[in-house]
Design a protein around this ligand. Structure first.
Ligand code: ZN
Length: 410
């Protein structure tokens, strides 16, 4: 995708500022002459910023303005130890609210809506992001936070909430509770704004049907403001990204090379206006692709696909990048195949051998299934694999996210 002139100007301005004062990026970009960056190609040679870099800057090493300008911090979850702390200036908080309000508008939400917010409040960027955007829009916020289903449903009924903000799993839980209690006719929800985690089409349909709402995927990450830097529109064909605030690239997660528009790779984000903790070429680890062409909704903001997975889940075989959601999608199109599978990659006799174990329905013919799945894999994903149909229940189940791809090559 071509960088816009205004984006280049903002990036250049930011790079100049960051390298002229003692801060994280002055050290990170040491030895790079910012004046020599004259084009998008020059920019693309700049080093990436990794989550590990941000972790090393703990606690406040990312701060790029004098402390008196910082009004708040947020932190991304430190599942692997040290958390990442992101400082925000008043302008950053304002910009984030502005983007978030734009997300609500894109979803057709107005100041007459009553927005029921279930994501958590606190160090995390979720709840407060949904709230600031809603207040900016002028809607009525019902700041629930997570948990306490009884209270959630009571408020939803009594307050006549029209918009539900939630993770997909919590939205599903609420939908099921509403169905179980038979209170669907007392629920006034019209729309759901769902934090972008990867969720299948089946789950989406269940939530939408049970709640009777239209769903929107909202995108964002704590390191880059938080949720609200992009959202899907009525046409459900990707998420519009607010490219006046962020510049994004899609790169090959293994090599870091920029990929042609439309190819799946890792989303890399550069902030254009952030003051407290600007980021240059930040590797998000989210897998997606640029959606080319104009959106039927008429919004000119560029689009990326809904998040297809994490780079850690991706493997490269015979020059083709393969990730779990692709395999799931392929299997969902094959009659008789279940969604349970295991994908093994081994290196034997000097080449990569792939084997896909798939649970198939009891009434399906294993021989036919093998051929059908092999052909679907070849046409949808692009390589030939060995297919081993197994009975339902043969593959291991796990309460947590189960591992489905095993790379035994190294
Ligand atoms: Zn659109």
């Amino acid at each position: 995708m071509k960088m816009k002139e205004e984006q280049f100007r903002l990036i250049k301005q930011q790079l100049k500022k960051l390298t002229s004062q003692d801060c994280f990026y002055k050290r990170k970009l040491e030895g790079i002459d910012v004046d020599s960056i004259q084009s998008q190609e020059d920019f693309e040679k700049l080093p990436f910023t990794w989550k590990g870099d941000l972790r090393e800057a703990y606690p406040l090493g990312l701060m790029a303005v004098p402390e008196e300008e910082i009004v708040r911090i947020h932190s991304s979850s430190g599942t692997t130890g040290t958390p990442v702390i992101i400082p925000y200036t008043r302008q950053d908080v304002e910009d984030w609210a502005e983007m978030f309000a734009r997300c609500y508008k894109t979803a057709g939400i107005t100041d007459l809506d009553r927005i029921h917010i279930t994501p958590g409040y606190g160090l995390w960027t979720a709840g407060i992001g949904f709230q600031n955007g809603a207040e900016k829009l002028g809607a009525m916020v019902i700041p629930m936070g997570p948990g306490n289903t009884d209270k959630q449903l009571r408020m939803m009924v009594d307050m006549k909430s029209t918009v539900l903000c939630a993770t997909s799993s919590y939205a599903l839980l609420l939908a099921e509770e509403i169905a179980k209690r038979g209170i669907g006719d007392q629920i006034c929800l019209k729309k759901g704004v769902i934090g972008s985690e990867r969720w299948g089409e089946k789950m989406r349909k269940r939530i939408a049907d049970e709640l009777g709402v239209k769903l929107y995927d909202i995108y964002g990450l704590t390191e880059v403001y938080g949720p609200g830097i992009g959202i899907s529109c009525d046409y459900e064909c990707g998420m519009h990204m607010w490219d006046d605030f962020v510049y994004f690239e899609i790169v090959d997660p293994k090599t870091g090379e920029i990929l042609p528009d439309g190819e799946v790779g890792e989303l890399v984000i550069t902030t254009l206006k952030k003051q407290g903790a600007p980021l240059i070429r930040y590797r998000t680890h989210d897998l997606t692709r640029i959606i080319t062409g104009d959106c039927p909704c008429g919004d000119p903001h560029p689009r990326i696909d809904t998040i297809l997975g994490r780079t850690d889940d991706m493997v490269k075989v015979k020059g083709v990048n393969i990730f779990p959601s692709q395999i799931e999608e392929m299997l969902s199109g094959v009659d008789g195949a279940s969604s349970e599978y295991q994908f093994m990659i081994d290196h034997m006799y000097g080449k990569d051998i792939c084997t896909l174990f798939v649970e198939i329905n009891a009434d399906a013919n294993a021989y036919n299934m093998e051929a059908a799945i092999q052909s679907a894999f070849k046409s949808k994903i692009g390589i030939t694999v060995n297919v081993k149909p197994v009975a339902i229940g043969d593959l291991p189940r796990s309460e947590k996210k189960s591992t489905r791809v095993f790379d035994n090559r190294y």
